[in-house]
Design a protein. Structure first.
Lengths: 345, 561
């Protein structure tokens, strides 16, 4: 009697057959990993099953797969946990998303992942010659960039990035987290050029839709989306008004909430382009007319609700804004530096 | 047919450092690995990298600690070079972008490590190897026009000309199964260790001794192969490593009776004695019935302040939680000695040259020998970088004055034919069965304590498994990502290496460093202050020869911690 059943998505370009599912019994205790299960299948039942793997302890980043629809390192998920989340008692293992499948669970990371890493100029560019000894830099700054150094390039975040699904050219969570590793590094001399480049790129930092999938997917706590948000803030610090209108949109969004408490969409769009009467806003408003008309037809909005927004931000919302504004130091979204202490644990 | 000045096999720290050093001289360089470079096992070196960079410290002190740690089997000329060059290497890394931990004043900070008389270990949390590996890969991406990367290519054998010089290698593109001869004026092996000969092991599945076996088969001797490091703190079931950094930060070891047993074995250094000493102490406690029923002792990290643990030992917090179900900040974790590192390897000089002209070796695949009978923690990263760089520089200089080597396509056809034969074998044992039997047996008979009877039995088993491996069954007959066939070739590599480990251990009739013979429990400098070299001579067991240990200014002394 096997302890678990794995349903593995199979694909071999040589066979000429379409992708299909194979089920295999696995005879292991529940605290063993899904990778242990797959390796047992390869060892005992079918040596043709393809999966990359090396360290078996979640540091080499080889064995990224989807288990029951969620991106994980196969070595990093226990069979019993996978079983609990399995829809029909069968643990479903398939290749990661957003990347072409080469064979079974092996995807092509080169085209989708590594080329984008190369795109963010992933090496330190200091100003001038190095000092005789080490660069002297604040301790916390080094611990801060260590969070992004913790990235093992497994591709789990890329696998489930919604923006990349819509825009395959999006630089993506892993490469942008890698970019923060240099932007946040006080030894690098190109901070402004780097964030300008990433802000102006139509597939850059403002292409992220804050879906949080990458934060949930990351097995190493890198929190790529948080790093993207920090890149945006630094772009703002440098006063970069990007051609994608990303920075203005973000500012308009924050002001909108501060004022109304709830999002007032009719204001958001023109405000993102400088206000209703700004020349930049006019073509955008005109081009969005069909959407507005459709929304009116379907009674998603009424003319009154669209034009008059009487809701004022409640005290609680105002207090949140005040608290944030009054902080002496910016909240840096970095577990290595703040998270654990502030949780009071 | 690709031709390069320097071909580097393996893309961990030693290989990448060699590539960068060779490219800097203007040589044409290729770096090739059976995995993507950032998947290499250098990732696993958690704790740090040693260098006497602090003004209060000295390279002589670092050298002496290393020599004493090696139980005087390390070659002192090589150790001097490594320790002298260490500070500049750490600064080079820092300037290249490594995010080393800083002190409150913004300068590089250190932590204590085993067997060291000063805190000279530089680190990045407990992901030092990973951080170094990824920063070197950043540099490979920066220099992508000078260094060709062949990622996911598997070496099936080294090429030799009529005079016996190494002229490159034959490799299989894992993506499509095509075979290619890469001709090179100089070839550097940087393909790592062979921990997979043991089960369990801290080593990744890819550490199958490929380079050691490839060099051995073309006549390069292997040295110090009996010296297999058992790391004191590994998880019992799966061999996962708990970094020595934990003890460096102040964690203690206890037996099941709650005694801090290192008091008996190393009253001065306690938990920070060198690894062979701590592992032997643990195994003695376990063998004499003072361990826990699962054959472990306890590592108590709760001694370290929680905030410090979360900042500096974050990875093992995760490992404890995910792989042992233990919150190490609140309770002790059960550990035992486990196979970790090969001090031995392809015999190489301080420029990485092996006995085969044109063939270099650096990193764990090589034996320079800077680790002798026992490697100190945080000296392995240093070894890979110093001797990787030196091999890269020397290999490029050698290539500068040479003609293009002549490659023979016939060699590719030989290898293709061999793989085709292998691929259609049926009816034998499964590769995995042979591999498991090998690893389990090695971990029983060739571990912390060894004796003649056990080693003799081990040798018989290895020889039987070698026979069985010749007919092992292969399921996968395809060309694309055929991992099955690569597994069979890796098994052959592992068996060659395992045989050398066993023969070396049988040969050395004394106890020194990682080699403890219960039938010869004393160190014997009269007879055995020498390296054991094992060479392939066409016969069925390796031929044994010896080389003297280089002693510059540190005469062997009794070794206590």
């Amino acid at each position: 009697m096997p302890d678990y059943t794995l349903r593995i998505r199979r694909y071999s370009p040589e066979s000429g057959e379409a992708a299909h599912w194979d089920e295999f019994p696995v005879d292991l205790e529940g605290h063993r990993s899904v990778l242990d299960g797959i390796l047992q299948i390869k060892d005992r039942l079918d040596g043709t099953v393809g999966i990359r793997c090396a360290c078996q302890q979640a540091i080499c980043g080889s064995c990224g797969v989807r288990v029951n629809g969620r991106p994980v390192l196969a070595c990093h998920l226990h069979l019993d946990e996978a079983f609990e989340r399995a829809a029909d008692g069968v643990i479903v293992v398939e290749p990661m998303g957003n990347m072409p499948v080469l064979k079974d669970l092996i995807v092509d990371m080169h085209e989708v992942h590594w080329k984008k890493i190369q795109r963010v100029t992933p090496w330190l560019i200091p100003d001038g010659d190095p000092p005789e000894r080490e660069y002297i830099v604040p301790r916390d700054k080094m611990i801060d960039v260590t969070q992004t150094m913790a990235c093992i390039q497994c591709g789990a975040c890329v696998s489930d990035c919604l923006s990349m699904e819509v825009d395959p050219l999006f630089i993506g969570p892993a490469a942008l987290a890698k970019a923060y590793r240099f932007v946040g590094d006080p030894r690098d001399g190109q901070q402004e050029q780097r964030v300008r480049d990433l802000a102006e790129d139509p597939h850059g930092i403002y292409d992220c839709t804050h879906c949080f999938n990458c934060i949930e997917a990351c097995p190493k706590g890198v929190a790529p989306m948080s790093q993207i948000m920090r890149l945006r803030r630094i772009a703002g610090d440098h006063g970069i008004e990007d051609r994608n209108n990303g920075h203005r949109h973000e500012t308009a969004f924050v002001r909108n909430i501060e004022k109304n408490g709830l999002l007032h969409e009719a204001d958001l769009l023109p405000d993102s382009y400088g206000g209703k009467f700004h020349p930049r806003a006019v073509p955008v408003l005109v081009s969005s007319l069909p959407t507005i008309v459709r929304a009116l037809q379907r009674r998603k909005v009424t003319p009154a609700r669209a034009l008059l927004h009487k809701h004022k931000a409640p005290k609680e919302v105002k207090r949140i804004f005040r608290d944030v504004h009054d902080r002496e130091e910016r909240y840096e979204l970095n577990l290595y530096v703040v998270g654990e202490e502030e949780n009071g644990q | 047919m690709p031709v390069y000045d320097v071909l580097i096999i393996g893309a961990g720290l030693a290989g990448q450092r060699a590539a960068l050093a060779a490219a800097r001289t203007g040589a044409t360089v290729a770096i090739m690995s059976k995995v993507h470079p950032v998947r290499s096992h250098s990732n696993a070196a958690a704790g740090g990298i040693n260098a006497a960079l602090n003004p209060d410290d000295s390279w002589e002190s670092h050298a002496f600690d290393t020599i004493k740690g090696s139980d005087y089997l390390g070659d002192q000329d090589a150790i001097e070079i490594m320790c002298r060059e260490a500070p500049d290497e750490v600064l080079w890394l820092e300037h290249a972008g490594v995010t080393f931990h800083r002190n409150a004043d913004g300068r590089l900070g250190t932590r204590a490590f085993g067997g060291a008389s000063a805190a000279r270990t530089y680190y990045i949390a407990d992901i030092t190897g990973q951080a170094l590996l990824h920063v070197l890969y950043e540099q490979l991406m920066k220099h992508h026009t000078q260094i060709d990367r062949y990622e996911e290519w598997f070496i099936t054998g080294l090429a030799q000309d009529d005079e016996g010089h190494c002229t490159g290698a034959v490799a299989r593109n894992i993506h499509d199964g095509s075979m290619e001869l890469f001709s090179a004026k100089s070839t550097i092996l940087a393909s790592g260790g062979s921990g997979q000969c043991f089960k369990p092991t801290t080593n990744a599945l890819i550490c199958t001794g490929d380079g050691m076996a490839q060099a051995y088969r073309i006549g390069a001797p292997l040295m110090d192969m009996e010296m297999v490091q058992y790391h004191p703190t590994t998880l019992a079931e799966n061999g996962i490593l708990i970094t020595e950094g934990a003890r460096g930060e102040g964690a203690h070891l206890y037996n099941a009776q709650g005694e801090r047993f290192m008091e008996k074995y190393a009253p001065n250094k306690m938990e920070l004695a060198s690894r062979d000493v701590v592992s032997r102490a643990e195994q003695t406690e376990i063998n004499e019935g003072r361990g826990f029923p699962d054959g472990t002792v306890a590592l108590d990290i709760t001694k370290v302040p929680r905030k410090r643990t979360l900042e500096a030992l974050r990875e093992i917090v995760n490992i404890g939680r995910d792989f042992a179900g233990v919150d190490i900040t609140r309770e002790p974790i059960r550990i035992r000695p486990g196979c970790h590192y090969m001090m031995g390897g392809v015999k190489a000089d301080v420029h990485g040259r092996t006995s085969v002209p044109g063939l270099y070796a650096a990193g764990e695949v090589a034996c320079v020998s800077v680790h002798g009978g026992n490697r100190l923690g945080a000296n392995s990263l240093l070894d890979t970088l110093i001797f990787g760089r030196r091999a890269g520089e020397h290999a490029a200089a050698r290539a500068a004055g040479m003609d293009r080597p002549v490659g023979h396509r016939a060699l590719v056809r030989d290898h293709e034919r061999r793989i085709a034969e292998l691929m259609h074998r049926t009816g034998g044992r499964r590769v995995s069965e042979i591999r498991d039997e090998l690893g389990t047996m090695m971990n029983e008979k060739v571990a912390v304590f060894r004796d003649h009877a056990g080693l003799t039995e081990a040798h018989e088993v290895v020889r039987r498994l070698k026979e069985e491996a010749r007919t092992a069954t292969i399921d996968d007959h395809g060309a694309i990502f055929n991992q099955d066939v690569l597994g069979a070739i890796e098994l052959e590599y592992m068996l060659d290496v395992a045989e050398c480990i066993v023969v070396g251990a049988l040969e050395r009739k004394e106890s020194r460093g990682a080699q403890f013979r219960t039938d010869f429990p004393k160190r014997d400098d009269e007879e055995w202050l020498k390296h054991i070299n094992l060479s392939f001579n066409g016969g069925d067991t390796p031929a044994v020869s010896y080389t003297p240990v280089s002693i510059t200014k540190w005469e062997p002394q009794e070794r206590t911690y």
